[in-house]
Design a protein around this ligand. Structure first.
Ligand code: ADP
Ligand code: 5SP
Length: 458
C-alpha cells in the first residue's frame, strides 16, 4: 500500500455528518469536513444523505475505500421500491417505551430477553420502534419491505442503491439479532412489524461490503460507538466515556454479555469481539442548556463551574431532562435539589457538570469492570470543567485523547482494513493524550445517588 493511498471515514451522528480523509498507511488525517443534520428525534434519512454529499464533496472522490459509522438503533423503514415509508425514529425518540415492555413479554421476562438479544430493550432499540409503528401506523408497517439502520442506509446510497448490508456491531443494537449466535432473528423483526421484512446481509469484520459506481471499496460500516472503539484502538481494561448527544460508557469484551437489569446493552463490536455499553439520553445538552440559562458561552460556563466548590453550594442536579434510558425512566424530567438563597450562578454551572459526570459514573459502574484507564471523548469532553472535574467524580485519572473525530477515524480504519484485506485492522499509532487527575469527591456522588434513588417512580 503506497503512502498516498487515502481512505474516508464517515460519522453520521445525531447532530451532524463528519468526514475524515485519512492516510491508509498510518491513520494521519489529511482533510476533513462537516455538515449539520436537522434537529429532532424523527428525521428524514434523505437529510443525512444530503449532509454526507455536502461534507464529502471533494473528499470521498480521493478515497480508495470508504466506511460509514452511524448513530445506532434508528429505524429506517423502506417500501418495496426503496423509498422511505416515514421519517426515521432515532435512538433518542422515546415514544416506543410501552412497546419496549411488550418485547420483554414476547421473550418471557428480562433474563430470557437479555439471553436472546443481548439487552433488555429500552425505547431506544429498533425493535421497539417497529412495534410502535405496527400499533400506531399500521399502513406504514404494512408498506415496510426492508428495515435498515442509519449507517446501512448511507452505505446503500453510496453503492448507488445497491445491496442492503450491515455489520455485527450495528445489527446488535436492533433487538432482532442474537450476539450469542451472531445472526439475525428474523422472526422477531416479523413479530415487531407484523410480517416478514428484508434485513441487510451482515458483512464479516474487515470485509469488503460493496463498491460505489466508480469502484471504490465500501467497508461494512458500523455503529458510532463501535467505530469509536476502532478509532481509539481500544485495549483490554480501557473504558471509554463518550459525551456527545448521548453519553456512553463501554469497554471491549471477548464474550457476549446479557445483563438482565437492562443497565448495559450486550452489543457486538466491529472486530469480532463484543462491546458492553451503557448509554444515557442526556449528555452534552445538560451543559448546553445550563449555559443558555446562565447566558454564558462555553468558555464562561467552564470558568463558572470551576470557580465553585465541590458540591455546588449544596445544589444537586439529576439531569434526566428529556426522559432517561440508563436508568430506564422514559418519562423523567430533570430535578434540582438543595436550592437556597445562597446559591450562586457558579454553583448552578458546577451542579450541571457534576450531574452529567455522576450520570456517567453510574454508566461506568453498570459495566461491572474495574477500568485500568478511562478515556473520555466526544464534543462535551472538550469542556475544561468536564476535563478537570471528571477524575474527581469518577475517583480515578481520566485520559483525554487529542481533540479528534474518533468515530470517523474508526470508520476510516475499517475502510483501510477492507482495502488491505488483512486478518487484523491496520495498526495506527494512538493519538496524543492528556491525563487529568484530581482529589476524589465521593460526597458529590453520595448526594446524587440519594436524589436519584429518592426520585425513582416520579
Ligand atoms: N468545547 C466544548 N465544550 C462543551 N461542549 C462542547 C464543546 N464542543 C462541542 N461541544 C458539544 O458537543 C456536542 C456534539 O458532540 P458530538 O460528539 O459531535 O455529538 P454527536 O456525535 O452526538 O453529534 C454539542 O452538543 C456541543 O454542545
Ligand atoms: O443509542 C446509542 C448507543 O446505544 C447512542 O450512542 C447513539 O449511537 C447516538 O450516538 P451520538 O450521536 O450521541 O454519538
Amino acid at each position: 500500500m503506497s503512502s498516498e493511498t487515502l481512505v474516508a471515514g464517515i460519522d453520521s451522528s445525531t447532530q451532524s455528518t463528519k468526514v475524515l480523509l485519512v492516510r491508509a498507511e498510518d491513520g494521519v488525517v489529511v482533510d476533513e469536513a462537516t455538515a449539520p443534520h436537522p434537529q429532532g428525534t424523527s428525521v428524514d434519512p434523505r437529510a443525512w444523505w444530503e449532509a454526507l454529499q455536502q461534507a464529502g464533496a471533494g473528499l470521498l472522490e480521493r478515497a480508495s475505500a470508504i466506511s460509514v459509522g452511524g448513530q445506532q438503533h434508528g429505524m429506517v423503514a423502506l417500501d418495496a421500491s426503496g423509498e422511505c415509508v416515514r421519517d426515521a425514529l432515532l435512538w433518542n425518540d422515546l415514544r416506543s417505551a410501552p412497546q419496549a415492555a411488550s418485547v420483554v413479554d414476547y421473550f418471557g421476562g428480562a433474563q430470557a430477553t437479555a439471553t436472546a438479544i443481548g439487552s433488555v430493550p429500552t425505547a431506544s432499540m429498533t425493535v421497539t420502534k417497529l412495534r410502535w409503528m405496527l400499533e400506531n401506523e399500521p399502513d406504514n408497517a404494512a408498506r415496510t419491505a426492508a428495515v435498515l439502520l442509519p449507517h446501512d442506509f448511507l452505505t446503500w446510497m453510496l453503492a448507488g442503491r445497491g445491496e442492503f448490508t450491515t455489520d455485527h456491531g450495528d445489527a446488535s443494537g436492533t433487538g432482532y439479532y442474537s450476539p450469542a449466535s451472531r445472526s439475525w432473528l428474523p422472526e422477531v423483526a416479523a413479530w415487531a412489524v407484523g410480517h416478514d421484512v428484508a434485513l441487510p446481509r451482515i458483512v464479516a469484520p474487515g470485509a469488503v461490503a460493496q463498491r460505489t459506481a466508480s469502484g471504490t471499496i465500501l467497508g461494512a460500516g458500523t455503529g458510532d460507538n463501535m467505530a469509536a472503539a476502532l478509532g481509539l484502538s481500544l485495549q483490554d481494561g480501557d473504558v471509554v466515556v463518550s459525551i456527545g448527544t448521548s453519553g456512553t460508557a463501554f469497554c471491549m469484551a471477548t464474550q457476549p454479555s446479557a445483563d438482565p437489569s437492562g443497565m448495559t446493552s450486550g452489543f457486538a463490536d466491529a472486530t469480532g469481539n463484543y462491546l458492553p455499553l451503557a448509554c444515557t439520553i442526556n449528555a452534552s445538552k445538560i451543559l448546553d442548556s445550563t449555559a443558555r440559562l446562565l447566558g454564558a458561552d462555553r468558555e464562561t460556563f467552564a470558568d463558572l463551574a470551576l470557580a465553585a466548590a465541590p458540591g455546588a453550594g449544596g445544589l444537586t442536579y439529576l439531569p434526566y431532562l428529556d426522559g432517561e434510558r440508563t436508568p430506564n425512566r422514559p418519562t423523567a424530567t430533570g430535578v434540582m435539589h438543595g436550592l437556597t438563597s445562597g446559591v450562586q450562578r457558579e454553583d448552578l454551572a458546577r451542579a450541571a457538570v457534576e450531574g452529567l459526570l455522576c450520570s456517567l459514573a453510574d454508566a461506568i459502574d453498570a459495566l461491572g469492570v474495574t477500568p485500568s484507564r478511562v478515556l473520555m471523548i466526544g464534543g462535551g469532553s472538550r469542556n475544561r470543567a468536564v476535563q478537570q472535574l471528571a477524575p474527581a467524580v469518577f475517583g480515578m485519572p481520566v485520559v483525554v485523547p487529542a481533540a479528534g473525530e474518533y468515530v470517523a477515524l474508526g470508520a476510516a480504519r475499517q475502510a483501510a482494513w477492507a482495502l488491505a484485506g488483512t486478518q487484523e485492522p491496520p495498526a495506527w499509532s494512538a493519538a496524543e493524550s492528556l491525563e487529568f487527575t484530581a482529589d476524589p469527591t465521593p460526597q458529590v456522588r453520595d448526594k446524587y445517588n440519594s436524589l436519584r434513588d429518592a426520585t425513582e417512580g416520579w
